[in-house]
Design a protein around this ligand. Sequence first.
Ligand SMILES: [Zn+2]
Ligand SMILES: [Zn+2]
Length: 142
Amino acid sequence: MEMKQLPEKMARMTPQRRVILEALRKSGNHPSADRVYELVREKLPHVSMGTVYRNLETLAEAGMIQRLELGPGPRHYDAGIKEHYHIRCLQCGKIEDTLVELPSGLDRAARIKTGFQVVGHELEFVGYCPGCAKNIGKIKIK
Ligand SMILES: [Zn+2]
Ligand SMILES: [Zn+2]
């Protein structure tokens, strides 16, 4: 994925953070902190869960990765920082990128309708992934 120029305020790139960032990029699929921890431990066997978690938060605050708070369960992280939208499976919790593009001018439309000073929007698609949809007969829809 093409990366934007990193902002000036970027977090200092320690060797540990580099390994964490690489693990996140390689995992490619919006892992939870637990999953990133497993991947990082392959390179840094003595790293603690707390260290991985704190570094993920620091990187997210510096805008170098995205923190995703989608649905119930743990936070997920995304190495992709360009604006894009996600779809989440209601059965297995899998999160994928959508390539859906929204019409431009949504924020402006919301401002006009509400009078709010709009700074952004959040959008999440939800449904059943192909694997889970196959078993749809067995799924109890809440
Ligand atoms: Zn699924
Ligand atoms: Zn994503």
